[in-house]
Every structure is written in structure tokens, then in C-alpha cells.
Write a protein that binds this ligand. Structure first.
Ligand SMILES: *Cc1c(COP(=O)(O)O)cnc(C)c1O
Ligand SMILES: [Zn+2]
Length: 419
């Protein structure tokens, strides 16, 4: 059972509700606002004066921890050694050698977060979730997920000995399912869509008292995901690009992308927060629709090959919308065909293999350039949020098929290989 005593986290001031804006001092862990209930998603408030004493551009220069834990001074966690955890983060930021030129951009970078231990950006949240669950004395962690949060939760938990209970919709791709099962999670494949999966997990978590890793609800998840922005900034010598593009499902990732840059800005470590481009598939685009209509989010059918962002009822709308509005960014939707094209182009031209949701961000950059939202004198970072090996069925759709040939050189010369 979790302990509820006051933890020792000097840089954590408390929480602010994103709906009613009430402040709560940090006395114990909170998931949502007691007044607003489940929709009262909380922000975590930091004491930047304390943080400034523990982390700086100079201290990072001498830090040889090549993982996201190099930024633990900026996380809502007790200060301890995370060296025994899976090595999450510090993924490569590649300068694009071809795609940026093709788009006529001044500079394009690709942040390959598919190279995390369980092959998606979700590891950043799961690492923090596992740390928090252990800090609070839980023995079981649980979440519902379109796939990556679950496989990532299972892997990061396995490494620390925490038990995992996972709820996934039955459509979850085999690669992700195989990961969860290999990591020893108890996996419940829910006969229903993601919304129904989420609701079942919510009831079970409340009833059995497990640690709740549901990204939409738990405020520490975005605090883990924000490390992607801390890295992008540090890898660019604290001069991040004009734009950062990211694919959006529940909205927790884009919220984190903003929070990372906001923290650095508050600490005086960067001069400007990049504009954030939120990208969805036209097959499931509740955020893009709401932004276009200047209206609240409406439940949307989940109809895209990009399973990780096929989220009809996003659980983190306030923080996600703020990420784009506060950064003067933009929302954009792209078709599933454009996503498959992006998958092939990133693979062929840069050697980066992303899953459909992983490359949706790049498809969005292409569209935003075509629409004049991103200008040719601007610089862009595109976050590839998950590996293509998780979903080979769609990868093969994008890539076409191999040349078939008997083991005979003359026959080989008759094939398409030489055409
Ligand atoms: C989860 C996920 C996203 C979107 O993150 P949200 O927090 O749901 O918006 C994007 N890409 C991949 C690969 C993901 O797994
Ligand atoms: Zn509230």
C-alpha cells in the first residue's frame, strides 16, 4: 500500500488545477483536483530558484549520465540514483541530410525517440512513473494504452521488479503486444476501443489500488516526456529550432514537449520557446478539429493506421491545447497516405524507421511547409516518437515488396533489380 507521508522534494511547490486554477501545496501525491474530479488535470509547480542551484548549462557539460536522468533536478521525484533503471533518453538528434533540403527548409533535425529501450518516447514517462511508484511504496503499476505506453510501462517496471497490469484495445499491433508479454505484464486485451479500454482500467485501478500510469490523468507523465525537449535544447547548444513537430493522441506528449521548453525558458537557459506543431491523422483529429472550429473537443471515431494516436477522446486536452497556443504554434492534420509516404521517405532518405504515429510529425511538417505555416527561412525539429519495428504490417504497406528470384544470376538480371 502507498505511503502518504510528505516526501522530500524541495523543488516541488505543489499543484495547480488546469480547470479551476486552485493551488494545492505539495503534501502528498495527487492525481486530479479534488474539486473538479477526473477532468481536473493538475499542473506541477516548481520552485525554479531551488532548481537553478542544482542544474545549469555548465553542470550539464560535466554530466556524463547519458540518459534522461541527467535532468532529474527538473523532475517531480526524490533525488536518488536511477542508474539501475533502463537507460531511457539521450536519443540521437540527427541533422537531416536530404529531407530538409527537399522541403526547402533552412534546417531540419530528426529526434529519433524510437531508439529508447522499449522503442518509443513513452519510456520517458514510464521511467518517471516507475520511479514514483517505487518512491510511494506501490508494488503494482497499471495503465491502459493504445500499445506503446503499455509495453514501455511493462519494460521499465520489469527492470525494477514492479508488477504490471496492462489494458489494451484488441487492435493493438502484435509487436507491442509481444513486448508487454515478454516483459511479464499481466495483459488484458479489451474487446472494445481505446475509450472503453481506458474506462475499464480506471475502474480496476480505483478498486485494486494500483499505481495509475494513465498518461492523461497522472501529472508526472508529462514531466517525464518533457525530457525530450530538454535534450533537443541541449543537443542544439541551447538554441532550439524555430519549430518542433510532434504527433498527438491523448495530448500528454505535446504537453510535455511544451513543459520542457518552458522550464528551460523560466530557468534562463534558452531565450525562446519553439513554436510547437501538433500533428494528427485526418482519420482521428479531435484537436485539429477543435482548434479549427474554436470549439471544445468532440469525441471522434478512431479511424487511422497510426494506432498510437488513434485517440477519439483525448484525456489531456487542456495541457495539449496550451502547448500550441502558448508557443504560438499550430495544429495540422495529414492523411494516412501521407503518413505512409512519410514512413518510406524517412526510411529511404535518412535511415530512420518510425512507426506510423512516429512519422506523422514529419508528414505534418511537409504539410505545414506546403500551407505556408512553416517558412523556408525557419528551422524545424521533428520528433520521431516510436520505432517502425513495432508495426511491420504498416511498414510493409509503405515499403512495397522484395524482388523474388531463384538462385540464378541470369534470372536475377531479368528482374526489376536492373530496371
Ligand atoms: C503515445 C504516442 C504518441 C502521442 O502521445 P500522446 O501523449 O498520446 O499524445 C505519438 N507517437 C507515438 C509513437 C506514441 O506512442
Ligand atoms: Zn480544479
Amino acid at each position: 500500500m502507498p505511503k502518504t507521508t510528505k516526501s522530500n522534494i524541495p523543488h516541488l511547490l505543489g499543484y495547480t488545477c488546469t480547470i479551476c486554477h486552485r493551488h494545492y501545496p505539495y503534501e502528498q501525491e495527487m492525481l486530479t483536483c479534488p474539486d473538479c474530479g477526473e477532468t481536473g488535470i493538475l499542473d506541477i509547480d516548481y520552485d525554479y530558484d531551488v532548481i537553478r542551484k542544482n542544474i545549469s548549462r555548465d553542470s550539464l557539460k560535466d554530466d556524463h549520465d547519458n540518459s534522461m536522468w541527467r535532468y532529474k533536478a527538473l523532475m517531480p521525484l526524490e533525488d536518488r540514483d536511477y542508474g539501475t533503471f533502463l537507460r531511457v533518453g539521450w536519443t540521437p538528434l540527427y541533422r537531416s541530410l536530404r529531407l530538409g533540403d527537399e522541403l526547402g527548409l533552412k534546417m531540419l533535425y530528426l529526434k529519433d525517440d524510437g531508439l529508447n529501450p522499449t522503442a518509443s518516447l513513452k519510456d520517458r514517462a514510464s521511467g518517471v512513473a516507475v520511479a514514483k511508484a517505487l518512491e510511494l511504496g506501490y508494488d503494482t503499476i497499471s495503465c491502459s494504452s493504445t500499445g506503446n505506453a503499455a509495453s514501455s510501462c511493462a519494460g521499465n517496471a520489469a527492470r525494477t521488479g514492479l508488477k504490471t497490469v496492462i489494458f489494451v484495445p484488441e487492435r493493438a499491433p502484435q509487436g507491442k503486444l509481444a513486448q508487454m508479454l515478454i516483459f511479464g505484464a499481466r495483459v488484458v486485451s479489451v474487446i472494445g476501443d481505446y475509450r472503453e479500454t481506458f474506462n475499464l482500467s480506471k475502474e480496476a485501478i480505483a478498486k485494486y489500488g494500483w499505481y495509475n500510469r494513465n498518461a492523461g490523468i497522472n501529472p508526472v507523465m508529462a514531466e517525464g516526456k518533457k525530457t525530450v525537449s530538454l535534450e533537443i535544447a541541449e543537443q542544439l547548444d541551447f538554441k532550439p529550432t524555430d519549430w518542433v513537430a510532434v504527433s498527438v493522441g491523448d495530448g500528454c506528449t505535446i504537453a510535455g514537449v511544451y513543459l520542457g521548453f518552458r522550464d528551460l525558458y523560466e530557468l534562463g537557459m534558452i531565450d525562446q520557446i519553439p513554436k510547437i506543431l501538433g500533428v494528427q491523422s485526418t482519420g482521428c483529429s479531435p484537436f485539429v478539429d477543435a482548434a479549427r472550429d474554436n470549439a471544445p473537443l468532440k469525441p471522434t471515431p478512431e479511424n487511422t493506421i497510426a494506432d498510437s494516436i488513434s485517440v477519439g477522446v483525448p484525456r489531456n486536452p487542456v495541457k495539449a491545447l496550451r502547448a500550441v497556443s502558448a508557443s504560438n504554434g499550430a495544429w495540422i492534420a495529414v492523411s494516412d497516405e501521407a503518413i505512409l509516404d512519410a514512413m518510406r521517405e524517412m526510411g529511404q532518405k535518412e535511415g530512420v524507421f518510425g512507426e506510423p504515429a512516429g512519422v506523422t510529425s514529419y508528414a505534418g511538417v511537409k504539410q505545414a511547409v506546403a500551407d505556408g505555416i512553416i517558412k523556408s527561412n525557419q528551422t524545424v525539429t521533428c520528433i520521431c516518437s516510436g520505432s517502425g519495428l513495432k508495426d511491420v504490417v504498416n511498414a510493409l504497406k509503405a515499403a512495397g515488396s522484395a524482388i523474388r528470384c531463384r538462385p540464378n544470376l541470369e534470372e536475377l538480371e531479368q528482374t526489376d533489380l536492373f530496371r
